[in-house]
Design a protein around this ligand. Structure first.
Ligand code: CO
Length: 132
């Protein structure tokens, strides 16, 4: 069911410094910082040959990653995103097998339908599924 690793997301306290690490020190191609108020984060995408790294900084007082950063003040790996061909079908099959979805599929930061799976059902890892 799951396909390519679409991205690894890293929550960061300072997205400018985080982008500079990947751009200036690691020599990677990074996007501009894009505020995504509807998701409560600002994102920078790092393009790697085989996948992407999504740097996410809290935006606004109700950011979904604020608590994570309180617990990981220096930043940390926040979620993995796997591609699926049909998100509705994948969601149905996973629910049937007892996995909990965090809400219903919605349009994610890349303009494609996404849904998150409960980390307690996924080896302690927050997983995002994105329709490829
Ligand atoms: Co993501």
């Amino acid at each position: 069911m799951i396909g390519r690793l679409n991205h690894v997301a890293i929550a960061v306290p300072d997205i400018v410094a985080a982008a500079a690490l990947y751009c200036s020190k690691f020599g990677a191609v990074v996007s501009a910082a894009v505020p995504q108020p509807e998701h409560g984060v600002t994102t920078v995408f790092v393009e790697l040959p085989n996948t992407k790294i999504e740097l996410i900084e809290p935006l606004g007082s109700a950011s979904p990653i604020a608590r994570f950063l309180e617990q990981h003040p220096a930043g940390g790996v926040h979620h993995l995103c796997y591609e699926v061909a049909d998100l509705a079908e994948a969601s149905r099959l996973l629910r049937e097998q007892g996995l909990r979805l965090l809400g219903e599929p919605k349009i994610g930061a890349h303009g494609k339908p996404v849904v998150f799976l409960h980390p307690k059902d996924c080896l302690g890892t927050l997983i995002e599924l994105e329709q490829a």
